[in-house]
Write a protein that binds this ligand. Structure first.
Ligand code: V47
Ligand code: SF4
Length: 364
């Protein structure tokens, strides 16, 4: 087998994946430090196939970013504003309902709702938002509020995280998106987002959510100041919690877009590094069913190629996404189903429309 691999250390990892053995921290670092992208991708592709056959998932969804006013002001975020700053906005419930109404036209099965930590909004605003949306569109899944937002809501509601989640679930919260994880390393958090909930805090909120039966996603922001050790440790923390709760649906590595951020001196990620993050995610996170390439951040062309590097999900039509576009993403603001289907078919996969919980809606 050694001749097959240009990087001979990878052959040991290949044997482990063949035998269903779990990869270690050291294996993760070996992958991270390897330039043998073809073989990393080959192994990740095999693992993808074991879990998802030839299916490649997409969803018809809309994003609502209800406010960009945020008290955290993370250094990598081009979306957030202070309250009195030019370009700040905050939607009232009626505006949110107006935007949501479009789900009736486009057949969206999911509303993905995330926003800044507004210093003045009360817990009631969030309960009304979810409650009203759920009453009007009971068949549309509400995937709302990152773990960071939930911790903030618990604070303003003066409730425990569990009780906060229970109240939101009672009015119609369906699941949670994976944002706010960034990289768990305290060193990086101090540099990138010192005001943000800690990595342990993020994991705790997810544990509580999963224990209440709320599923979630998990993300990782890469392409800034991280080391390989920090990336692999992040993945291992997610794997550990998944062993405990099995509440994560997908892992989504997010490529940092530096434009308009406080880190604008950094350069955009490369295709090589993007593919490595996705493939290593697939290999290390052996207990995650789905690895998602968020095409908005990755670009359509690379998202398509990633379907051969461990990815089985390219998210969705994503109408009205603002967070990445504020940071200079040059991808379109949304995509038609036809375009998604064509992209998947040309990669040799079978397009499958899913809902949030990966229940099959349609095979194209
Ligand atoms: O937590 C912020 C990231 C996240 C930038 O769960 C940036 O299905 C790149 O989590 N460049 C929010 N990334 C978005 C998010 C997400 C997106 C799509 C699907 C799902 C899901 C979740 O966006 C933040 C942060 O990590 N982010 N600024 C930036 N300049
Ligand atoms: Fe606020 Fe989220 Fe932007 Fe950080 S990434 S400043 S928490 S909106």
């Amino acid at each position: 087998m050694d001749k097959f691999f240009s990087d001979s250390e990878l052959s040991g990892i290949f044997d482990k994946t063949q035998n269903g053995q779990r990869l270690t921290f050291e294996d993760g670092l070996t992958l991270y430090n390897s330039y043998d992208i073809n073989h990393i991708g080959y192994m990740a592709n095999m693992e993808r196939e074991k879990k998802n056959n030839n299916n490649a998932f997409y969803i018809i969804n809309r994003h609502i970013n209800h406010t960009n006013i945020c008290k955290n002001r993370c250094k990598f975020c081009a979306f957030s504003r202070d309250k009195d700053e030019d370009g700040s906005y905050a939607m009232d419930i009626n505006e949110i309902l107006e935007r949501a109404e479009k789900v009736l036209d486009d057949g969206s099965t999911e509303l993905h709702i995330v926003g800044g930590l507004h210093p003045d909004f009360k817990f009631d605003y969030y309960l009304t938002m979810i409650g009203e949306l759920h009453n009007r569109y009971p068949d549309v899944h509400l995937q709302a509020f990152t773990a960071v937002e939930i911790a903030h809501l618990a604070e303003i509601a003066e409730l425990s995280v569990t009780d906060t989640l229970k109240e939101l679930k009672n009015v119609g919260l369906g699941s949670m998106p994976g944002g706010g994880a960034e990289v768990f390393s305290p060193r990086l958090r101090e540099k990138l987002c010192p005001e943000k909930l800690s990595g342990e805090g993020w994991l705790n909120v997810m544990r509580e959510a999963h224990n209440l039966g709320l599923k979630s996603n998990a993300t990782m922001l890469y392409g800034h100041l991280e080391t390989g050790e920090e990336i692999i440790n992040h993945m291992l923390k997610l794997r550990e919690l998944q062993d405990e709760t099995n509440g994560f649906m997908s892992f989504i590595p997010l490529a940092f877009h530096p434009k308009n951020t406080q880190l604008s001196e950094l350069t955009k990620t490369t295709g090589f590094y993007d593919l490595k993050m996705l493939a290593i995610g697939r290999l290390m996170l052996d207990n995650f069913d789905h690895i998602k390439a968020f095409w908005i951040m990755l670009g359509l062309k690379l998202a398509q190629v990633s379907l051969s590097f461990g990815v089985d999900d390219i998210d969705g039509t994503v109408s009205e996404e603002k967070i990445t576009h504020s940071a200079g993403a040059d991808t379109p603001e949304s995509l038609t189903v036809d375009a998604l289907v064509r992209l998947i078919k040309e990669a040799g996969r079978d397009p499958v429309e899913r809902n949030t919980l990966y229940e099959i809606q349609k095979r194209n």
